[in-house]
Design a protein around this ligand. Structure first.
Ligand code: PMP
Length: 285
């Protein structure tokens, strides 16, 4: 059965799901998106993803011409139409088609697109043995250039970091911010554990306010761990007892080597495993 793609209220077969080459989403990366996950037929943190989507759009002066509740319904419908119970959803809004100039003013038809598909997960080995990452030389966008809280269609900044990781044989790469402090990975947030305290860069480090990040902070606090959102340097990463990344697709993935330094004992740590087990229980509840 052909994958059905939802565009502006209509479902199209994959090969007929098309948008204009004049769409500023394509011409300039002018638009925003979300990546969501469905577990056993339930979209995890749907409200939080909807809020972030509308906030990203508001931040770039893009009006989403559909109510939140209606869009949430469309996500569930697209999953159901494609018989996807455990999968991934990509929600996109583009500025719409306009002229070849930058001005978004002539763009009158934003395209809202929902793609529901199978999810490509990290191999189990990453969770059993942990990942190795490097620090990319590409820094995260300066918040005054493009605030990282906007999940924009322009991911070139992260893509350049990702390429550096791939070239070094790593599935992820650490990105620093304009101050040289730890920001996040190319598509995941980062956490450290040191002497039982969990720390992660604060949102003003110029990062995406990850929904998995928020969930992990909540679980950690409920479990009784001390959690600190603070400025972190690469030194803090190198001398941490445990390091892990969080994201919708990755969930919680242990990191055991950074820039050739072995983290902790070089195997996934106790706190990381504890949080992942609790995260699993939550998403499946
Ligand atoms: N940082 C970046 C740059 C991302 O693109 C993502 C999403 N893939 C994350 C962090 C993790 O966010 P979330 O937990 O909301 O998926």
């Amino acid at each position: 059965m052909a994958l059905k793609i939802w565009i502006n209220g209509e479902l199209f077969d994959k090969e007929n799901a098309k948008i204009s080459v004049f769409d500023h989403g394509l011409l300039y990366g002018d638009g925003v998106f979300e990546g969501l996950r469905s577990y056993s037929g339930n979209v995890f943190k749907l409200d939080e993803h909807m809020d972030r989507f509308y906030e990203s759009a508001a931040s770039i002066l893009l009006n989403v011409p559909i109510e939140k509740a209606e869009l949430a319904k469309a996500i569930k419908l697209t999953l159901a139409e494609n018989n996807i119970v455990d999968g991934y959803v990509r929600l996109i809004i583009t500025r719409g088609s306009g002229t070849l100039g930058l001005d978004p003013e002539p763009c009158s038809n934003p395209q809202i697109i929902i793609i529901a598909d199978k999810i490509k997960l990290y191999p189990q080995e990453f969770y059993d043995n942990g990942l190795e990452i490097i620090t990319a030389s590409t820094i995260r966008n300066h918040p005054n250039a493009l605030n990282s809280r906007v999940k924009s269609l322009n991911y070139l900044n992260n893509i350049m970091g990702k390429v550096e990781g791939t070239q070094a044989g790593c599935a992820e790469a650490l990105m620093l911010n304009h101050n040289g402090d730890v920001a996040e990975c190319t598509a995941d947030n980062i956490f450290l554990v040191k002497n039982g305290v969990i720390s992660t860069p604060s949102v003003d480090a110029g990062i995406l306010a990850g929904i998995t990040r928020d969930t992990v902070i909540e679980i950690a606090k409920e479990t009784g761990y001390a959690v600190s959102e603070c400025t972190l340097s690469r030194h803090d990463v190198y001398v941490s007892d445990e390091c892990f990344l969080t994201g919708t697709a990755a969930e919680i993935a242990p990191i055991v080597k950074v820039d050739q330094r072995v983290i902790g004992t070089g195997i996934p740590g106790k706190v990381t495993k504890d949080l992942h087990a609790k995260f699993h229980a939550l998403v499946r509840s």
